[in-house]
Design a protein around this ligand. Sequence first.
Ligand code: SF4
Length: 242
Amino acid sequence: MTSETAAHEAHSLRLSEIFGPTVQGEGALIGQPTVFVRTGGCGYRCRWCDTPFAVLPEYRDQWQAWEPEAVLDEVDRLAGAPVLVTLSGGDPALQELGPLIRPGHERGHTFALETQASVSQSWFADLDHLTLSPKGPSSGHLTSLGEIEACLDASGAEPRTVFKVVIMNDPDFDYAAELAANYRDYPFYLQVGNPVPEGEPEPDELMRRYRWLVERCLSERWYAPTILPQLHVLAWGNARGV
Ligand code: SF4
């Protein structure tokens, strides 16, 4: 590799896909039109991950290097107007996204990012929306409070920051409740987990799980969180690119 090539790659982003506009199917921005920019690579291997094509090294040859300006040109082409850009993954916090966000604001776009909160970045402070989505026991990982604190410190007062926790079972619920007790000043979103992240999910089963989560919350008299299903899974199943 020449030094010129190395420098070029150092400034480019490793992306799994760019698609949209569609609607955000989860969390605080649910239902909002958005273009997704999905990075490749993640430090976790959650058991129920629904984007293995953006996580596992065997898909790495499908990921492409994009210059930040080219990403913004593609967002402009897809959306045709200023739009909410959702930075997702994989874990988008693994990459240097400041050079995408700052010029993107100049083009009128707003930026939301979701991360499991295991890696903090100074450019979190440039975001409009930050969703910290620490993983509970069913994932096979546990995000530490120290890592979460580092993300909150990095984001400062700028982005609207919320927590979102995927709930597959009772231990996940308990994990979310403990987390919420630590971070009472932040909005919490509980999202019912999809037990069939590949193939066709069964809508009745997803809604049964949603009812269980609502009932569990109400029976605990925990009224602060917003409890949501994955809207895009109900609308489109596990299809990619919608
Ligand atoms: Fe998948 Fe997210 Fe877990 Fe990474 S953190 S493995 S992208 S669910």
